[in-house]
Design a protein around this ligand. Structure first.
Ligand code: PMP
Length: 393
């Protein structure tokens, strides 16, 4: 049987991590993999998470199954965190999933179940796993213009033009905030224009929200998702707790569906069945920790404070690197680094430049020049800026 298997292409990001690990040079800089690191270069367990975990270990008296859609209190708390009062609770169905990836997958499974021939429109570029998952599900994919590589910002004209062609019942995938890999997000005014077009086309939206709180704050980062949920009849939202709760390996996530109240019960039942078919019950530990933090005033305040520190660190690093590059290049061509949000920005370097940064300077970036600024330490900035200026101009 297994002789029929084809070799799978290696994941470029994981392959880069391996190369980084085996590089003996002391000053090497890893800007590849998408995890947050603090000023000591570690991805810490958040203090609020530690406290909640301690309480959980003490208080938990059973590890029996939860529900197929996970702990309902977790789902409710996540719906409140993400949607606030933008939609009535009766309109919302939701299920705990295996991280944000599981939420994207289960959201797409639901869409495929409802409309097997739905075309899914994804931004160009996007997180590579979007296309990979859609390919594995045999769903039809089209891209819409998203990034203006000259201006290093959102290509609003191209995006609105392409979204204006979407057929009724098609699905449009949007990044709720902190777009991966570009770091470029529409402004609030631009989101309003996007919503207008989607409304007119009768599209269903899938929002991928993996970085809530990493951009400008929880409320600001939830703006687009809430606007979409409020203005459109049907929205699917895939939420990850990996980054903003630092729960990467615990795989906490949720898929939320805001649709007509009359359909919420059936949607909920379908989400339960989809979980049943994929893995029965979703993981609970991380979800329970999140639920405890969100529902406890002190833990929540501590978490919000830590999240705000992480966000400030990322935005400070952005400012500092942009400033160092301004000095090194004598131009403002890297000013976009300070304007972008989230962990990533895209440099727009050629493969040769990326190779030279790696081979000659020990600086590791993913193929298209995507940098994880949240992986940077402040001491590395002068050297990084010098190397970029030297190699890329
Ligand atoms: N969506 C996007 C855009 C992401 O960048 C990520 C993480 N790289 C995810 C979803 C999924 O995150 P996870 O499955 O680790 O929660």
């Amino acid at each position: 049987m297994f002789e029929h298997l084809r070799e799978q292409p290696e994941d470029p990001i994981l392959a880069l991590m391996d190369r980084y690990r085996s590089d003996p040079r002391p000053g090497k800089i890893d800007l590849g993999v998408g995890v947050y690191r603090n000023s000591q270069g570690v991805t810490p367990v958040m203090l609020a998470v530690k406290s909640a975990e301690r309480q959980l270990v003490e208080a938990q008296d059973s590890k029996s199954y939860t529900a197929l859609t996970g702990d309902p209190d977790f789902v409710r708390q996540m719906a409140l965190l993400v949607l606030s009062d933008s939609v009535e609770q009766e309109r919302v169905a939701g299920a705990a999933t295996v991280g944000g990836t599981g939420a994207v997958r289960q959201g797409l499974e639901l869409i495929r179940l409802a409309r097997p021939d739905a075309v899914v429109h994804i931004p160009d570029p996007t997180w590579p796993n979007h296309r990979a998952i859609l390919g594995a599900m045999d769903m039809e994919v089209q891209t819409y213009r998203y990034f203006d590589a000259e201006a290093n910002g959102v290509d609003m004209t191209g995006m609105l033009e392409d979204l204006g062609q979407v057929a009724e019942g098609d699905v449009v995938l949007l990044h709720g905030c902190c777009h991966n890999p570009t770091g470029a997000d529409p402004s609030e005014a631009q989101w309003k224009d996007i919503v207008k077009v989607l409304k007119a086309r009768g599209a269903t939206v899938l929002v991928d929200l993996a970085y809530l709180g990493f951009g400008d704050g929880i409320e600001a980062d939830a703006f687009a998702t809430r606007l979409l949920a409020q203005q459109l009849p049907e929205v699917v939202i895939a939420v990850s707790c990996s980054k903003n709760f630092g729960l990467y390996r615990d795989r906490a996530g949720v898929v939320l569906v805001a649709g007509p109240a009359s359909q919420a019960r059936v949607v909920q039942g379908n989400l339960a069945t989809l979980n049943r078919l994929a893995y029965s019950f979703p993981a609970d530990h991380g979800a329970k920790v999140v639920e405890m933090i969100l529902s406890n005033t002190a833990l929540r305040a501590e978490w919000e404070e830590e999240l705000s520190e992480m966000r400030s660190r990322i935005n400070d690093l952005r400012e500092s690197l942009a400033e160092a590059l301004r000095v090194e290049t004598g131009s403002d061509r890297y000013g976009f680094l300070a304007a972008h949000r989230g962990m990533f920005s895209r440099m727009g370097a050629t493969p040769e430049q990326i190779a030279s940064l790696r081979e000659d300077h020990g600086i590791y970036m993913v193929g298209d020049g995507r940098m994880n600024l949240a992986g940077l330490s402040r001491e590395d900035i002068p050297r990084l800026a010098k190397a970029i200026a030297l190699v890329c101009g």
